[in-house]
Design a protein around this ligand. Structure first.
Ligand code: XBP
Ligand code: MG
Length: 269
């Protein structure tokens, strides 16, 4: 396939937690601890423990998973689910209050790339495992102006209840964009997110968040430490992520055999 007949890049689909901002370590984790305290529980999730728990996608699911290892958790599944609901609701309130009091900054290059996509006619959508309320709390606090108008679709937990690594959120985003997968790139930070986008057939740019600095991310289309840093893909690299780099990595991917496309892109620095 030549450059001329390669499908054009038409949309960027953004993950939220860990990708737009470091919301896991500094936001959700702290808010879960706030909820434990508010509900009179001595449970606390430190930075390292929470990193392990991130293997479980979804805050509610994470709570229930964690209760499995706690002798002081309710005994029955029903009672655990009830407590998880109470804690999760409280956690989301704590999260919104925290962000309102002290916004978490967007990661380097995120706003620049959103602006560049807007200027280049590349549509944007959100595909996240978190709730719409949490997304709104984050972006109301961290982005000036009418941020909603930047996105064709906001696909959140309410729209895609099957959490990543299930591809539901990404498939819904493609439907809303009216696009086939080869016209889109996903921006992700986690193995579950990469697996979800991959299963939807979408090439994925990994921007490593603090919790996933040392993951292998086999099958990623490109990897960077953040969008303002050097980005590498199979057969190319650029000093930072921009629209030209996104187009180049998509083109490079189309020329590849399936084996090369799923190969690992490890750090060379
Ligand atoms: C990240 C998640 C979420 C958040 C917490 O989602 O897995 O569960 O940790 O949010 P993504 P909730 O990376 O897809 O944005 O408590 O609302 O689940
Ligand atoms: Mg994420």
């Amino acid at each position: 396939m030549t450059r001329a007949d390669a499908p054009e890049l038409r949309a960027l689909i953004w993950d939220v937690d860990g990708t737009l901002a470091e919301t896991e370590r500094d936001g959700h984790r702290v808010a879960f601890n706030c909820a434990f305290e508010a509900e009179g529980l001595a449970w606390r999730w430190d930075v390292e423990t929470y990193g392990e728990l991130l293997k479980v996608a979804g805050g509610m699911e994470r709570l229930i998973h964690d209760m499995g290892g706690r002798p002081d958790a309710p005994a029955s599944d029903v009672a655990r689910a009830d407590l998880a609901r109470v804690l999760h609701r409280r956690k989301n309130r704590c999260y919104a209050e925290m962000l309102d009091a002290q916004p978490i900054a967007l990661r380097p290059g995120v706003l620049r790339m959103m602006d560049e996509c807007g200027m280049s006619g590349i549509d944007q959508a959100i595909a996240t495992t978190t709730s719409r309320g949490n997304l709104v709390a984050l972006l109301d606090a961290s982005m000036a102006g009418d941020w909603r108008s930047r996105f064709v679709a906001l696909v959140c937990a309410e729209d895609a209840p099957r959490k990543k690594p299930d591809p539901q959120a990404y498939r819904n985003a493609l439907d809303a964009l009216g696009l086939d997968a080869p016209h889109a790139i996903a921006v992700e930070d986690s193995p579950n997110g990469l697996a979800a986008a991959h299963a939807a057939g979408i090439a994925t740019l990994i921007t490593r968040s603090v919790y996933f600095r040392n993951e292998r991310f086999d099958g990623a289309a490109a990897i960077c430490d953040d969008l303002d840093s050097r980005v590498v893909w199979q057969g190319g690299e650029a000093a930072h992520v921009d629209v030209a780099a996104l187009r180049a990595l998509l083109d490079a991917r189309r020329l590849m055999t399936p084996t090369a496309a799923s190969a690992s892109l490890q750090r060379t620095n």
